[in-house]
Design a protein around this ligand. Structure first.
Ligand code: DC
Length: 228
């Protein structure tokens, strides 16, 4: 594969596998757009929590469907951090969408057919000019089945829980490793077993087990597949 044309690169895999870290690094290196599709499911979840659509784990799907067009998700580049941030109806929600309440409610939201259809359409639109790295669960299977390069990432659940714990503690959020581990296992289970677009490796996706690879090693591994 060479780099004389603009590529669509799809990175899928389990929760908290480091997909976004490597996807961001790759996008920077190639000067591509990076889109975190999980942030979009998280933004819909945050909206649902704030608007009484989710109550005690029950989702008012009718209400969500009627308000779906009022949910405007965008990404803006923060020149200070050098990274894209998620905006929900004009408000920066980059940190809020990562909290444990959103993490605990995002799986049932991401199961809903009309939510997936709506977000997949937006994701395809974002990729229409190519030169994009998108990460998620169904990018290589559903969003961009003809992506130029597909990576499927995996890592041991304990390694993932430790990494997520460090990330949250660095942000001053106090959540136990056990709680994070349970959340990750739960989300893996939901992601793999949901009816619509379950998490599964596309037949033509390359497997990257990053449990014991550094950031730099992961990036080099992918760049090698692009043969810059
Ligand atoms: O990548 P993440 O953990 O931030 O994603 C949050 C949730 O969104 C995850 O539990 C599954 C769901 N998701 C999805 O169903 N499809 C995607 N393409 C991306 C995320």
């Amino acid at each position: 594969m060479n780099n004389d044309k603009k590529l669509i690169i799809a990175i899928d895999g389990f929760s908290s596998c480091g997909k976004s870290t490597v996807a961001k690094d790759l996008a920077k290196k190639l000067n591509y757009i990076y889109i975190d599709s999980g942030a979009m499911y998280r933004a819909v979840t945050l909206f649902s929590l704030k608007n009484n659509i989710i109550n005690e784990q029950t989702i008012d799907e009718k209400k969500l469907q009627s308000l779906l067009n009022n949910i405007k998700i965008s990404f803006k580049y923060n020149t200070k951090t050098g990274e894209a941030e998620t905006f929900l109806n004009g408000n920066n929600v980059e940190d809020e969408i990562r909290n444990i309440e959103v993490s605990e409610n995002v799986s049932p939201i991401s199961k809903i057919k009309f939510v997936r259809e709506n977000l997949v359409k937006q994701q395809q639109e974002l990729g229409k000019n190519k030169a994009i790295v998108m990460d998620g669960r169904d990018i290589g299977t559903t969003v961009f089945p003809k992506a130029d390069l597909k990576i499927f990432m995996t890592a041991d659940v304990d390694v993932r829980a430790k990494r997520r714990h460090k990330e949250l503690s660095d942000k001053g959020l106090n959540v136990s490793i056990e709680e994070i581990r349970n959340n990750i296992k739960n989300r893996d289970n939901h992601d793999q077993n949901r009816e619509i677009s379950p998490l599964k490796r596309a037949d033509d996706a390359l497997i990257l087990d990053n449990g014991y690879l550094t950031k730099e090693e992961q990036l080099a591994w992918i760049l090698d597949k692009i043969e810059l």
